[in-house]
Design a binder for this molecule. Structure first.
Ligand code: HEC
Ligand code: HEC
Ligand code: HEC
Ligand code: HEC
Ligand code: HEC
Ligand code: HEC
Ligand code: HEC
Ligand code: HEC
Length: 330
């Protein structure tokens, strides 16, 4: 064999080896929304089932293309790996709160108060890693919340399609006929929203059933992207990660109300609906609603600096609760 031909052969061999490897190595990238490891890990699967990430990956060499993550992953170290990349075929506990806590990522998400969606009404306890994983199994950590990617996929009744909104995700559990194994709920009273929300939301509630006329006596919405008619999401009013209010009602605008105009939302406006425990939800309602033509209590401060709803200081529940078909409901 001539020397020249031999060189060509070597080059071809090296090229083929590299090409076949890169074909095997899966493309983990934010662009693909897929950062969980699979049984092909290592190219040929040789790294699947291994728990010691440090034996093959050097901290300072990884994540060069994701500056938002590089620093924090390096700081927290190898304890963080399975939080984002999954268990790699082992049974280690994936950790979330090593990063998502009030000192490292205080706003992502806000966990400033004692009540949260810990899957028990009767108990207030800090959210733990296992709780996070019930709702977020494969978040891509790109800094943008996307329901179809960042929430776990429970079937919504018969169909099994990616979520279009966070609300579809809530209703996959908060219903009567197709609850999820391990999260069964019994109604505590007639028409308990815990189990009736899918019906309420689609057929009764004004915030889910898109039919706002904007023609009612106290009509008017504050500046921002809430409009008549439109859909209001559960998490616009209920905080999953932290609030001091009963029933997980948001206690500050930057923890909900995503479509409010930025300056109002990020101020933030505080919301207290526990005062006197008398069912006065005016501080919640007034963050979005502001009557255009001011009548009755329309000019009265609800207690958080905003005005624009009627009946301030009284019990709203006689006329506005989930699933109420008479009066105006919720
Ligand atoms: C906060 C989430 C997060 C954590 C924690 C994390 N990674 Fe990543 N990792 C990513 C993302 C996102 C990518 C995809 C980067 C891209 O889009 O190019 C990635 C990519 C990688 C890659 C592919 C090549 C590269 O360097 O980008 C390796 C290897 C890797 N991670 C290893 C690790 C190891 C080992 C740890 C633990 C020290 C770890 N990761 C912790 C999010 C994370
Ligand atoms: C036995 C060595 C080995 C161990 C242990 C190992 N990896 Fe890997 N890993 C590799 C190799 C080889 C690749 C593929 C080549 C590359 O892209 O760097 C890879 C690729 C990756 C990728 C890119 C995605 C992919 O599937 O190619 C990520 C993310 C990753 N490893 C994370 C981890 C995490 C997290 C751990 C610990 C749970 C871990 N690795 C343990 C060898 C290892
Ligand atoms: C009951 C389900 C549920 C649980 C439990 C839960 N989350 Fe969420 N999370 C959501 C929903 C729904 C959203 C989107 C709406 C929102 O921001 O409230 C979200 C949003 C987020 C965001 C984006 C926040 C933002 O403001 O952009 C982060 C980060 C997050 N969750 C992390 C966590 C962590 C960490 C845990 C565990 C400590 C956790 N979540 C527990 C349902 C949940
Ligand atoms: C190494 C630290 C680290 C670990 C560990 C970690 N995250 Fe994150 N996560 C981040 C960062 C950084 C962001 C982007 C935050 C931002 O820009 O607002 C993020 C974003 C998110 C988001 C918002 C949606 C998105 O795509 O950006 C969710 C939801 C989330 N993480 C959930 C989790 C869950 C659940 C776990 C555990 C299984 C976890 N994280 C583990 C650092 C981490
Ligand atoms: C995996 C199932 C599941 C999902 C998904 C889910 N929940 Fe729940 N939710 C529960 C369980 C279980 C309880 C507690 C029931 C009990 O204690 O009887 C609960 C309780 C609640 C409560 C009452 C909490 C309290 O302390 O008073 C509210 C409000 C609520 N959920 C709203 C939501 C919203 C909004 C979403 C979507 C962002 C959601 N849930 C998603 C299962 C779920
Ligand atoms: C996150 C913003 C937001 C909050 C908070 C909010 N609303 Fe609304 N509300 C809306 C939007 C947007 C509509 C229009 C819905 C539609 O078109 O179906 C609406 C519609 C209504 C309607 C029906 C109006 C019509 O024209 O048919 C009533 C009644 C109502 N809200 C009462 C309340 C009460 C009571 C509260 C407090 C417990 C409240 N809202 C809290 C945004 C909000
Ligand atoms: C416009 C704001 C708003 C929206 C949107 C909203 N809720 Fe509510 N929700 C409330 C208010 C106010 C209460 C308390 C009513 C009462 O005291 O009876 C409540 C009560 C509940 C309760 C009962 C909590 C308990 O412990 O008794 C559950 C469960 C619930 N909502 C779930 C949901 C779900 C799931 C969605 C979305 C499908 C949703 N809510 C949408 C405002 C809202
Ligand atoms: C006695 C029953 C009753 C009580 C109590 C009540 N409301 Fe209403 N509310 C109504 C009726 C009826 C309408 C619709 C009027 C119409 O159709 O013209 C309404 C409309 C509203 C709207 C306007 C929605 C829109 O955009 O048109 C808001 C906001 C509202 N109420 C907030 C509250 C708040 C906050 C409380 C408690 C502090 C409360 N309401 C107590 C009966 C009541």
């Amino acid at each position: 064999m001539s020397k020249k031909l031999f060189c060509v052969f070597i080059v071809l061999f090296v090229w083929l080896t590299i090409a076949s490897q890169s074909a095997l190595a899966r493309d983990v990238s934010l662009a693909n929304n897929q950062i969980l490891l699979t049984p092909t890990h290592g190219g040929d699967g040789s790294a699947w089932g291994q728990s010691n990430c440090s034996s093959c990956h050097v901290l300072r060499n990884i994540h060069k293309t994701v500056p938002a993550i590089k620093g924090i992953a390096q700081e927290v170290g190898y304890a963080s790996c399975t939080g984002c990349h999954g268990q790699n075929g082992t049974n280690v506990q994936r950790e979330c709160t090593v990063c998502h806590n009030s000192s490292r990522l205080p706003k992502s998400p806000l966990q400033h108060a004692e009540k949260n969606h810990n899957f028990t009404v009767a108990k207030d306890s800090q959210l733990n890693d296992a709780n996070c994983l019930v709702c977020h199994d494969a978040p891509d950590m790109d800094g943008v919340f996307e329901p179809a990617v960042d929430l776990t996929h429970y079937k919504t009744s018969v169909i099994d399609l990616p979520y279009r909104s966070g609300t579809e995700f809530c209703l996959s559990c908060h219903n009567k006929d197709h609850q999820q194994a391990g999260f069964a709920m019994e109604p505590r009273f007639l028409r308990d929203p815990l189990v009736m929300m899918d019906k309420n939301y689609h057929y009764m509630d004004y915030h889910g059933y898109v039919d706002g006329s904007g023609q009612r006596t106290y009509a008017g919405l504050r500046r921002g992207n809430y409009k008549y008619p439109s859909m209001v999401e559960c998490t616009d009013c209920h905080a999953m990660h932290g609030t001091h209010n009963e029933k997980l009602i948001v206690d500050r605008t930057d923890a909900g109300m995503t479509k409010l105009s930025g300056d109002v939302r990020l101020k933030p406006i505080l919301i207290d609906v526990n005062q006197n425990q008398n069912g006065d939800y005016s501080q919640l309602c007034v963050t979005c609603h502001q009557m255009t033509e001011v009548i009755e209590q329309g000019a009265q401060d609800a207690g958080n600096g905003l005005a624009g709803v009627h009946q301030v200081g009284t019990d709203c529940r006689a006329c506005h609760v989930h699933g109420m078909a008479a009066q105006t409901g919720l």
